[in-house]
Design a protein around this ligand. Structure first.
Ligand code: NAD
Ligand code: DAU
Length: 352
């Protein structure tokens, strides 16, 4: 038995691949274009492991996809591959349309051709799981109930609009062609191997480097945070027992304002790696210009996944963020490797 994962050298895909290989015998084919966000350093422990087959390539390359599907005959495809950073989508939306919309379309078409050629029993058992985001639902007022799976799609950034478009394609490939698809819409992840353009790893690394900790606007925007290993366990559960054509919200029940998240990280660093001058890391907090179109609040209602498939997160925010800060302190080699020249020029372009 084999599964095909796309984007498995990125943050969530990489954690998924590592957990999958440590948890079962099944072969995993990992297709990743290795953009700036994809890093084989994350998968270094799998070097020489025959259970992991890495292929560098694009989800939009139908010839490659056709060959991979015919050769490896996976029982499932899990699509993590995407451009994932909201700020980058504001600076340059083109790559987001290309990968998240056109790429997903090409992937769906390749998978449909393969799936239609399968014998009936394999065809019935096959699954295409699309990993999506809570950002497709738009923003919430402070007192509004959390997003359920039936909330209207109201994406506000080029990133979330491109993910919303991909979700619609996945839905249509089920309703029109019968492809057995599953979609997960998850809240903000954090944890090991998180590329340091995103808030939590950026703040940890900037704090340790003595740099400013940039807070957009007033810092009162709210996100629901989920430890990445919990997202991976939710995806495994949906793959195993989800109903084709259904969507499942995944969240951590951890709504936090950005400023509080940053202060929590500062307090953990004060405890685990105090500044040499004895001052608190909060002194480095700097308020900067807000993100254009910045969504004020996300909150996920994950009760469907709990009720129907029995999934719950294992970590609280307090336990997960402690593990995350400790991981970054212990893995400076990984961060040194991923913070290349390209990363430094992004910081220069975005923060000045
Ligand atoms: P990431 O940016 O860390 O990783 C994306 C991976 O996809 C990289 O390895 C990259 O090389 C690869 N990739 C990009 N374009 C590709 C292409 N055209 N063909 C093949 N590979 C390509 O992203 P992430 O944070 O790990 O997110 C993974 C998925 O989960 C995305 O679909 C994202 O929308 C979704 N998601 C992310 C979060 C989050 O908090 N990070 C939350 C909910 C959903
Ligand atoms: O909600 C799920 C989404 O979470 C995923 O779909 C995206 O792929 C993922 O990147 C993430 O999007 P966000 O925009 O919420 O994540 P980011 O880490 O970029 O920002 C988190 C919050 O912190 C957001 O309100 C913006 C703010 N922020 C971010 C950065 C990078 C700052 O205040 N300062 C910063 O420097």
């Amino acid at each position: 038995m084999t599964i095909l994962v796309t984007g498995g050298a990125g943050f969530i895909g990489g954690n998924f691949v590592l957990d999958w290989i440590s948890g079962q015998q099944e072969t995993l084919v990992n297709l990743d274009a290795l953009t700036y966000a994809g890093n084989l350093e994350t998968l270094r422990s799998l070097e020489g492991n025959p259970q992991h087959i890495f292929i560098k390539g694009d989800i939009g390359d139908r010839e490659l996809l056709g060959a991979l599907l015919d050769t490896h005959r996976p029982r499932a495809v899990i699509n993590f591959a995407a451009e994932s950073h909201v700020d980058r989508s504001i600076h340059g939306p083109g790559d987001f349309i290309q990968t998240n919309v056109v790429g997903t379309f090409n992937l769906l078409e390749s998978v449909r051709g393969y799936w239609q050629s399968l014998p009936d029993t394999e065809k019935a058992a096959f699954r295409f799981l699309h990993v999506s985001t809570d950002e497709v639902y738009g923003t919430l007022a402070t007192d509004a109930p959390a997003f359920t799976e039936t909330h209207a799609y109201e994406p506000n950034s080029p990133y979330s609009a491109s993910k919303a478009a991909s979700d619609h394609l996945v839905r249509a490939w089920h309703h029109t062609y019968g492809l057995p698809v599953l979609t997960t819409n998850c809240s903000n992840n954090y944890g090991p191997y998180h590329f340091p353009e995103k808030l939590i790893p950026l703040v940890i690394l900037n704090a340790l480097a003595g740099k400013p900790l940039p807070i957009y606007g007033d810092g009162q925007q709210i996100r629901d945070w989920l430890f990445v290993k919990d997202h991976c366990s939710a995806i495994r559960r949906v793959l195993e027992a989800g109903t084709p054509g259904e969507t499942y919200n995944v969240g951590g029940w951890n709504e936090k304002a950005n400023l509080d998240v940053v202060k929590t990280i500062c307090a953990l660093l004060d405890e685990m790696k105090p500044r040499q001058d004895g001052k608190p890391y909060t002194e480095q907090i700097t308020f900067v210009t807000d993100r254009p179109g910045h969504d004020r609040r996300y909150a996920i209602d994950a009760r469907k996944l709990e009720r129907e498939l029995g999934w719950k997160p294992a970590e609280t925010f307090e336990s997960g963020i402690r593990k995350t800060v400790a991981w970054y302190l212990e893995n400076s080699e990984w961060t040194d490797n991923v913070t290349s020249g390209a990363y430094r020029s992004w910081l220069e372009k975005h923060y000045g």
